[in-house]
Design a protein around this ligand. Sequence first.
Ligand SMILES: *[C@@H]1O[C@H](CO)[C@@H](O)[C@H](O)[C@H]1NC(C)=O
Ligand SMILES: *[C@@H]1O[C@H](CO)[C@@H](O)[C@H](O)[C@H]1NC(C)=O
Ligand SMILES: *[C@@H]1O[C@H](CO)[C@@H](O)[C@H](O)[C@H]1NC(C)=O
Length: 516
Amino acid sequence: MRFSTLGAGSVLLSSLCATSHAYRLPQIPFSPSDDSLGTSPHPPPGDWNPLEHMSGIAPYHDAPGADITPPDGCEVTSVAFLVRHSCIYANDDEWADFMEPFVNRLEKYQQEGGSFQGAGPLAFLENWESPINEGNLEALTGPGADDAFAFGKRLRKLYPHLFPPKDLGKGSSKGKKGRTDKVKEPFRIWTANSNRDVGTAKAFIKGAFPKRHEGDDGEGDGKYLSLIKVNNKEASWSSSLTPHKVCPAFTKEPGKPDAQEWLEHFGVAPLERLKKLMPNFEWALRDVIALMMLCGYESVIKGVGKTEFCKQGLFTAEEYSDFGYWNDLIYHKMTGYAAPVAPYLGIPWVNTSLHNLLEAPEHRHHRDGRPHLGLLKEGDGLPDPDRPPNATHSQSLFVFFTHREEPPVALVALGIWNQTTVGPLPTDHRPDNRVWKTSHVLPFLGHVAIEKLTCGSHKHPKDYARILVNGAAQPLPREDLADGPGKSCRMERFTEYVRERMEMFGDFEGACKKAE
Ligand SMILES: *[C@@H]1O[C@H](CO)[C@@H](O)[C@H](O)[C@H]1NC(C)=O
Ligand SMILES: *[C@@H]1O[C@H](CO)[C@@H](O)[C@H](O)[C@H]1NC(C)=O
Ligand SMILES: *[C@@H]1O[C@H](CO)[C@@H](O)[C@H](O)[C@H]1NC(C)=O
């Protein structure tokens, strides 16, 4: 099976394959398709799946309400994607702070012949070995590469007209039939330079492009396709691709005390349960977090449905949701509305993407009405290929792979899911009416996209911008900015809005100065 962690992926791709009309795409189901929850003292209800409530430690799943069907009379004429890399073995901080201390104590307990008698759902720990170690931290997992491949296939299905044709260059050798188009420069996919990002981008390319274009191991053949690796600290691009890495004022710390306070509320009951199951083991409150993290990480290492940490039903649905909220608290002060620097970090990608959408090649149609947007031919008067990455482009689809911090700061720059308008996040209970829910944006391959929709007749087309988060359209935060079809915004208004936001949050250097 190719889609080992994308339980939903195969359903989704097969439903995609069943459609014939390229511009009326099917509703993408938000499919909680995990049948892996075994019997346990606390079985989560029905189709409830912990992996959909685990913030950033989960295989890709669409956000609720996902449906990228263009509104009636509209087609997508350009789109920019900001995508988190695919599944990794473990984030090094999460390993060091939570999982490793638990794993170390467990190994000691195993070696010393500690008892697992009566451990019930924890009995599997007697023979369990950690698949995570210092050597594979942060490395892309096998299922993670499969998911990135599936994501590439999926985008090709969803936006076929925005990719270069699959048969491009096929007939270029003499005497063979096929396309002989000469392209002036290759189609580009961009990625941050870390191995997990590059590996994700290469797997994506293999899924989205024919063998002929994919080049050596997904690097692109250099003629029709190029993978652009952007150094994490490259000045011309870093503020839009990896801004948190070039911003001294950015910090992962401020939400941690809130999360700890919250853990001290919700973690006590599950900790007591664990203690009863293995009374001789030296439990710590943080182990509640460690076991939940291992449910997520083992799912993306071994494949969904293959980890006892999820299957044994160690925690209730409520407790997993509490863990999701624990993550929301951390990210809210790190990349959300309670992080003063967040909108400054997110606005460069928004500005660059707006620029790219506006500069995307105009609508051109074949005689049969099929739009022809995926490539420009020689003679189209393209700018110099050495131009900066945010200059005018010859393509209409922009895919950027980067780190978990970037999609949420782009949301903040856009003013979407502004928790401040609802209220602060408490640390003594979980407010289910909050709008800041990181499980909906942060899974591996989680993304924010801006689509340019072109609606109306070919003679009088009107352009709109639509924001998607993991497949679900998100209205911009003012009524006059969300009155277009399908929660979209008139392109002129969106352009004005982004300029306003640039005025408010454009001072990247100023905002990123570290307080002395
Ligand atoms: C491209 O990025 C550079 C550096 O961030 C910036 O100075 C320049 O204004 C940008 N140009 C465009 C056209 O967005
Ligand atoms: C923002 O985008 C506009 C083009 O839409 C460009 O002129 C400007 O330089 C950009 N600003 C930055 C800081 O990149
Ligand atoms: C979030 O909402 C608050 C309250 O309306 C507003 O003051 C603030 O500017 C918003 N934040 C961002 C980044 O848009």
